[in-house]
Design a protein around this ligand. Sequence first.
Ligand code: SF4
Length: 434
Amino acid sequence: MTYGCQMNVHESEKLAGILQEYGFCRADGAESADIIVFNTCCIRESAETRVLGNLGRVKSLKDGNPSLIIAVCGCMTQNPGAAERLKKRCPFVDIIFGTHNLHKLGDYLSDLESKKTRVEIWDGENGSVVEDVPIARAEGVNAWVNIMYGCDNFCSYCVVPYVRGRERSRDMSVIVAEVKELVSGGYKEITLLGQNVNSYGRDGNDKGTNFAALLEKLSALDGKFRIRFMTSHPKDLDENVIKTVAASDKVSDFIHLPAQSGSDRILGLMNRKYTAKEYLTKIETIKKYIPGAGLSTDIMVGFPSETEDDFAKTLGLVREARYNNAFTFIYSRRSGTAADKMDGQIPYEVKKERIMRLIDLQAEIGSALASECVGKTYEMLCDEYDPGQKTGRGKSDCGKTITFGTDADRRGGFVRVKVTGAKNTNLYAEACEE
Ligand code: SF4
């Protein structure tokens, strides 16, 4: 059971790979499982509450089947004191392990003699990158590939550097070999993962490398496939990377660039290390080198002490950047972070009212941008097919989601389509050739 971000989704593929090596296969549901692993998240308080609620539900399964193994891992277990609290509250859990111990799941399974909960979490020492963990990848066109782990940025609202440690890059040669194998195996889209992909290589694991060099190497591989990446930190996205994206016919012309706020005062309190002007200059640079680039962002509303004037600046930034999509969040306190101790926590009603205004603005911009696509042609990668509706669905190179009419199941294929209509941010198209 996976909670949280794409990083966790991919790490669950590794947990599944380890379990397969130990002879397990996928169960139809929790009721028929011999082992249930909760791969947890702690970015929001609600994620933790959901895990505890679901653990309560599987307890009855364990009561009826004492040999059922229950394991809990991931970010939540790394929060200070969380593993001990979990052990006390849910003594029926067999194994609790942390973010850096994932590859040891097999060892824990081999050593389940005692009736006591086994707890092994990461002790805070910066570990090395562990390679050769088996991966049971989900079926489909996309494959996730980690290029680095951890984060050095310490944004004041975020727990990631505390629960996942400092930045550690994988060697470029290992990443290139993995992508080559995935492309030969039929994957059409490779998504490179890291908390801050733009600082790839800076930790010195593979000296002389950087993110632009990695993108160039991967672009030179044979085969028809698309490269995407997430997430970029605005302070580290440099012109070199933008030019490389522009020059490559394999790297998607889509950039997710979390702004978080348009107020310099709030950005300072968030410890984001850029100003709104610097951020917008990066957006201009992207648009200059990659005309037609798709853009998305993350915006956080109601950070401690955010005034109406600060929020107006955020709306101004959103208007200027003109994103195709924005992921909007209400700030929620996380213990252990600097922001949790800040004065001026904003009442929920105020945050809710602000986020509604932001959502309305973004919907207006997204719809306007979608309308501008009508009449244009795009190459898209089809990853869904609805035989009832006779429609295919997928994303264009610039990240636009497009639905098109087709009698054939074209999943895994690149299709040229002409956009015939737009509704909100959804695009409808016809295939240029069948
Ligand atoms: S860049 Fe900031 S928000 Fe992103 S993972 Fe690192 S600390 Fe968290």
